[in-house]
Design a protein around this ligand. Structure first.
Ligand SMILES: [Zn+2]
Length: 422
């Protein structure tokens, strides 16, 4: 049994039309008009496939294919249909449409799993106007209180609760989530990096998602006249901050692993041609799947900032903004995917995900794992985002067969456990 790659590719093309811009980019953030439209299209198609469609309180869309065992737990497959502004056709949508194709393939071949099989499209995976990324999966995993979301508004003054309601959700009920019995969660996604391309491989099995640490760094010197302040007397916040930025790269390069560190946002005050910069604020971000290594890198970079600030006679402060721990995926699911990839003759590597995904929240409430497919040139969040149909075919078939294998394995484990209980 194989997925129908032509049907899948035309689905990807068809979905990319919702929010398509003149340069080929897709702009479909959650709660945009294009998002509301694509939600309707998706729900209608799931219904036409004969699935039981539901919208949960945070407006995640679910489509259930009943399993052969009554009251069974569900295996969930999905991703997200929202995009960043001017994003690509594949980030998120690919995982949802592969899930749909897999379910259609099972229906076509009259294969019934023991578990219920549910497709999910999570709300607002990408950062959006309301400033919550992975909002749908986070809420589904029970990580939001109603009070945290109830006052959120976008730049036009639209309330998040109204936007969610328009999509069929109800924020007043989010504390009832998760509202399902789940056996496992699987997600296929584009890699958004170049590791698979470098190895010339179609698929990667993801063993964990990196931890992400972010500090807001404030450097305070003295703003003064750029003509009358002699060089020896300056307390130039930007010169000190510039050395810090260079030091971030030096330290990260010294670490012999996947660790990455970035200063991606920097603001200069007063930001005037004839004023020595008195204050600089920037964001320092450090990612690594290895907690010890990540913490060591944070310490080394912070120490180098302290040394630089002393040398330039400027004040330095750190405000921690994020300290997301790394997430490990389920070993049983990883082994199942490895076995399947080997038996299908698709070589793979096991890699960490350097970006956050819905799967990291699902991993807190169930067994979870992810499968990556190659991204051309590692480009994503960009109209040039591309994955070849042959890589998609191999990824989707690996996921399909993994689901079938996991369905058998997880059922066996449960039956064994219940017989012990008796
Ligand atoms: Zn994504």
């Amino acid at each position: 049994m194989e997925i129908n790659i032509n049907r899948l590719m035309s689905d990807i093309e068809a979905y990319s039309q919702y929010g398509l811009g003149s340069n080929g980019g897709v702009t479909r953030p959650s709660f945009s008009e294009a998002d509301y439209t694509v939600r309707d299209v998706f729900k209608t198609q799931l219904e036409e496939m004969g699935l039981e469609v539901t919208i949960d309180p945070i407006a995640n869309i679910w489509g259930k294919l009943q399993g052969s065992r009554a009251n069974n737990e569900a295996i969930i497959v999905g991703s997200h249909l929202d995009t960043v502004p001017n994003g690509g056709k594949f980030d998120g949508a690919l995982g949802v449409l592969v899930a749909k194709e897999i379910v259609q393939t099972l229906i076509d071949h009259k294969v019934k799993l023991k578990h219920d099989l549910e497709i999910v499209s999570f709300t607002a995976e990408e950062s959006n106007e309301f400033n919550y990324s992975t909002m749908g999966s986070r809420a589904f995993a029970g990580k939001f209180k109603e009070a945290e979301l109830i006052d959120a508004v976008d730049s036009k003054g639209i309330k998040l609760s109204d936007a969610v309601k328009k999509a069929g959700g109800d924020i007043s009920k989010i504390e009832k989530l998760p509202n399902k019995n789940i056996a496992a969660y699987l997600e296929l996604h584009i890699e958004q990096g170049r590791k698979l391309e470098k190895e010339d491989l179609s698929i990667g099995i993801v063993d964990n998602i990196v931890g992400v640490y972010r500090d807001k760094v404030i450097v305070e010197g003295v703003a003064n006249h750029s003509g009358t302040t002699i060089m020896e007397e300056r307390q130039d916040a930007l010169v000190a901050a510039s050395e810090m930025v260079v030091s971030v790269q030096k330290h990260a390069k010294k670490v012999n692993s996947d660790a990455v560190a970035t200063v991606g946002k920097l603001e200069v005050f007063p930001n005037a041609t004839n004023v020595v910069p008195g204050r600089v604020e920037f964001m320092l971000e450090i990612r690594s799947a290895n907690k010890i290594e990540r913490e060591l890198l944070i310490k080394d970079i912070q120490q180098s900032f302290k040394d630089i600030s002393e040398a330039h006679n400027v004040k330095l402060s750190f405000i921690n903004r994020l300290n997301h721990q790394e997430c490990s995926f389920d070993k049983q699911l990883i082994e199942a995917m490895k076995d399947v990839a080997e038996s299908l003759g698709h070589p793979y590597i096991v890699i960490p995900s350097m970006a956050g995904h819905d799967a990291m929240h699902m991993a807190d409430i169930t067994k979870a794992a992810m499968l990556f497919v190659k991204s051309a040139n590692g480009i994503s969040h960009n109209p040039k985002e591309f994955t070849d149909s042959e890589d998609i075919r191999k990824g989707a078939n690996t996921l399909l067969q993994s689901l079938i294998k996991i369905d058998k394995e997880l059922t066996l484990t449960e039956m064994h456990e219940s017989s012990v209980d008796i």
